[in-house]
Write a protein that binds this ligand. Structure first.
Ligand SMILES: C[S@@+](CC[C@H](N)C(=O)[O-])C[C@H]1O[C@@H](n2cnc3c(N)ncnc32)[C@H](O)[C@@H]1O
Length: 301
């Protein structure tokens, strides 16, 4: 229960208060932060539009009554309604870039950021990247981050959800990338034309058992972004079936399937999946070359 607070004057005080409230509550961390302190810093500092780093200058600054009220309400909603901080703020960060988010899209948290920061090396070598597809784009975070890494590439952000595409479109505009990034309505590859040098995808991949056991925070995310059938592979199967027909020679398919990776590997014993490793956490992301996919498809016929 929140108590009346008469004397919360500084940002430092509010950070302490948020930390204590979060620490004494049953919360799940994993929508942008993984601990109580980072969660408190993100909520308090970003509610005030202050930077997450190099911000000690402001710690003893006092808040207006309005600011204090807004932050106390957000702390209450985080705890009572189990709303992820990103939705309370309307923003999330991915690969150091800001994205507008709300309950129409998942909160960005994919290890894809690490792959893109490395320029998809060593996998890409000196292969030119002219066209990129971000399949199942949600907020557009992966495709827009890719567009900032591959500065000359044209990028398509595809999703079946028109709600998600509206958010992706807002993020394209926010990043001023409308000249080479576009949002496309498509059920997996159904409305996708032509071939790409990179197909990146963080599709829904939560299996039925995991979905049923997810903490409250996930109930605020669109189920269309999470659920993918009994074994979590409904969309992954369709991506594998269509990828070879949409990749240029030398192109790469990179897909996140999270905890569903053992089921995927068991389902495709003939596919030479490369499972990527991450320094900043995360797993269940595979890479396949256009050549491997084409060979595999030919072997099935
Ligand atoms: C796990 S979310 C990923 C969002 C974003 N790529 C990210 O990393 O934050 C999966 C997205 O796939 C979309 N989706 C679900 N089924 C789809 C389908 N059949 N075709 C295209 N997109 C689909 C959902 O609407 C959701 O936005």
């Amino acid at each position: 229960m929140s108590q009346p607070i008469d004397d919360l004057l500084s940002i430092r005080d509010l950070l302490r208060y948020a930390t204590s409230r979060f620490a004494s509550s049953e919360l799940f961390y994993g929508h942008g932060t993984d601990n109580v302190w980072d969660e408190a810093v993100q909520l308090v500092m970003r509610s005030l539009h202050l930077p997450l780093e190099n911000n000690t200058l402001f710690l003893d600054a006092r808040l207006t009554r309005g600011e204090r009220k807004m932050i106390l309400e957000r702390i209450d909603r985080r705890i009572n309604d189990r709303i992820p901080v990103a939705y309370l703020l309307g923003e999330a960060w991915f690969m150091g870039l800001p994205f507008m988010v709300d309950e129409r899209v998942l909160v960005p948290r994919s290890p894809f950021a690490e792959i893109l920061e490395a320029g998809v090396q060593p996998w890409l070598s000196d292969q030119p990247v002219n066209r990129i597809l971000d399949l199942c784009t949600g907020s557009g975070c992966i495709g827009i981050a890719a567009a900032t890494v591959f500065e000359d590439a044209e990028v398509d952000l595809a999703d079946i959800s028109t709600d998600a595409l509206a958010v992706a479109q807002a993020n394209i505009a926010m990043h001023e990338l409308g000249n080479r990034v576009r949002a496309v309505a498509s059920d997996v590859f159904n409305a996708i034309e032509g071939r790409y040098d990179l197909i990146l995808s963080n599709p829904p991949y939560v299996d039925a058992a995991d979905l049923a056991a997810m903490p409250e925070e996930f109930r605020h995310e669109p189920v269309l972004g999470l659920a993918a059938g009994d074994d979590g592979l409904d969309i992954a199967h369709r991506i594998l079936a269509g990828a070879a027909d949409h990749l240029n020679p030398g192109g790469l398919l990179i897909v996140e399937v999270g905890n569903s990776w053992p089921a995927l590997e068991a389902a495709y014993p003939d596919l030479p999946f490369i499972w990527l490793e991450f320094e900043q956490g995360g797993d269940g992301v595979f890479l396949l070359s256009a050549e491997d996919l084409t060979r595999w498809q030919a072997s099935k016929n």
